[in-house]
Design a protein around this ligand. Structure first.
Ligand SMILES: C[S@@+](CC[C@H](N)C(=O)[O-])C[C@H]1O[C@@H](n2cnc3c(N)ncnc32)[C@H](O)[C@@H]1O
Length: 206
């Protein structure tokens, strides 16, 4: 398979086209019964800080599952797309009850976490993964575009261990980390694992 030759313009155009909730792509409307992310947060949590919003797919799924979600995205272009997608949902009576549970903030989530006087019940971390099991295998098109767009963003090459420990220092009940089967283990063992075929959710208690 040929890798598309991304430019900033083509990556932005592609991502602008897919970050659409109303009349958008199926990734925002997947059947909830198959979503393992809900199992990872469980019933003891009502409010989640989504520390790495990206395309907002996981955030929207969590809102559909009934959680209140505060998302953070540090990239201004993605933030604008997310805000527009949310505004469209806010203006649509069938989606408004769900979008009312979602707020999106531009900036570094860990900066906000450090400042917050009432720490969140739960944090969700979905870092950008830079390596795959088969280095020649291409990631999905949206991840290619996202990686290209964020290629100069040093902040994305954060240490997962470090951010996990920062989140655990502040969170009240749990941190959920999206992990891939082929990625190496972490120094800290998770308290629970929700295991999908390819994706796992690692759950850590403070
Ligand atoms: C892999 S994507 C997340 C995908 C997301 N879970 C979804 O469902 O679309 C990671 C995103 O987190 C953002 N990000 C990374 N570190 C961040 C931070 N400290 N604060 C806010 N956003 C961050 C990146 O800009 C990127 O868009």
């Amino acid at each position: 398979m040929m890798q598309p030759r991304w430019t900033d313009e083509s990556a932005q155009e592609y991502l602008r086209g897919i970050i659409r909730i109303v009349n958008g792509q199926s990734r925002y409307q997947r059947p909830l019964a198959r979503e393992l992310i809900g199992k990872a947060f469980g019933r003891g949590v009502t409010e989640i800080w989504d520390m790495t919003c990206g395309l907002g797919v996981d955030a929207w799924t969590l809102c559909r599952l009934g959680y209140r979600v505060r998302s953070f995205e540090r990239n201004p272009f993605l933030f604008d797309c997310l805000l527009k997608a949310k505004q469209e949902a806010d203006n649509d009576p069938s989606w408004r009850p769900i979008s009312a549970r979602w707020t999106i903030t531009l900036g570094d989530s860990f900066f906000y976490l450090a400042q917050e006087t009432t720490p969140p019940e739960a944090c969700y971390l979905d870092p950008m993964f830079v390596f795959t099991k088969n280095p020649t295998a291409l990631p999905k098109k949206e991840m290619q575009a996202l990686r290209f767009l964020l290629r100069h963003d040093e902040g994305n090459h954060f240490s997962v261990e470090e951010k996990l420990s920062q989140a655990l220092d502040r969170v009240q009940k749990r941190v959920v980390l999206k992990w891939h089967r082929h990625l190496p283990g972490l120094k800290r063992s998770p308290n629970q694992i929700i295991d999908g075929n390819r994706i796992m959710f690692l759950i850590f208690f403070p």
